[in-house]
Design a protein around this ligand. Sequence first.
Ligand SMILES: O=P(O)(O)O[C@H]1O[C@H](CO)[C@@H](O)[C@H]1O
Ligand SMILES: O=c1cc[nH]c(=O)[nH]1
Length: 287
Amino acid sequence: MTFPASELVLDKHGRVYHLGLSPQELASKVILVGDQDRVELVSAFFDTVEHRSQHREFVTHTGTYKGKRISVLSSGIGTDNIDIVLNELDALVNIDLEKRETNEQHTSLELVRIGTCGILQADIPVHSYLLSKAAFGLDNVAHFYEIPFSEKETGLKNTICEHLSLPKEVVPYYIGADESLFARFQSGQTHAGITVTSSGFYGPQGRQLNLKTKTTGLNDKLTSFRSEDMRIINFEMESSALFALAKALGHKSTTICLGIANRPKMEFSKGYSAEMNELIQYVLDRI
Ligand SMILES: O=P(O)(O)O[C@H]1O[C@H](CO)[C@@H](O)[C@H]1O
Ligand SMILES: O=c1cc[nH]c(=O)[nH]1
C-alpha cells in the first residue's frame, strides 16, 4: 500500500511532520520524556551527541552513552501527543518515506519513558522510582486502534472497573508494559505496580480547585485496589497510550517515573533536579 500525502504527512525536507526527524537521526533505543527541558538533562550524560533538533514541543537529541546509541525525545504532556510520537517513530523505522510504503523488514524500538508522577500509596515516599508493570488508561487513544489486549489484560481491566465507580462516560483500558524491558529496570530501588494514566492533571487526578469534580473518592479507591500481588501505585499522563500503541506496532515499552507528589499524604516535592539526574543515570546504565 502507498500512503497518500494526507495520511503519511512529511515536511518539505521529507521529515515526519511533527517530530521533524529523518530516519538516520533516530536510534533504536529511545528515551521519552514529557518535559522538553529534560532532553538536555539526559543528553548531558552522553559521550557524543550527533543530532539535536526541535519542532514544536518535540525536542530530539541522539548520541551515544557507553557505546550504546540512544535517542532522547520529548513528547510534551498527554496521550494525544503519544499518538503522534508513536505513529511517527514507527514511520521512521518501518515505512520507506520516499516510496511511502511499509518496509518488508520490521524494526522494533525499545521505548523507555522517564517521567514524573503522583504517588497513590502512602508508604512510597516522594522522590521514589515508580516502575510501571501495566497502565490503566483513563484516556481514549487506544480505543481508536486494534490493540491485541490479552485475556489477562481484559480481566484485570474489568476487576479494577468493578472496584471503582467511574462516570459511565469513562471507558478505561488496561495494558501491560513489555515484560523484558520492565524486568531490566526493576531492582530494590524501584516500586513496581499499575500506573493510572489520566486524561488531565486536575479533575481526572482528583484535584479540585474552583471547578467541582464528579469523582469524589476516586483516589481512595485507586489506592485500596489489590489483585494478587498487584496494586495501583501512581498517576501520570502518557503510559497507557505508549504501551498500547507500542504493543500493537511491535515495539517494546515501559515507564519509570520519579514520584514528585504523594497524594494520600498531600505532599509535593520542593525540588527534584538532583533526584531526576540520578534517575536518568539509573536508566542509562540499564538501557
Ligand atoms: O514529567 P512528565 O514526563 O511530563 O510526566 C508527568 O508530568 C506531566 C504533568 O505535570 C504529565 O506529562 C505527566 O505524565
Ligand atoms: O501529581 C502528578 C505529578 C506529576 N505528574 C502527574 O501527572 N501527576
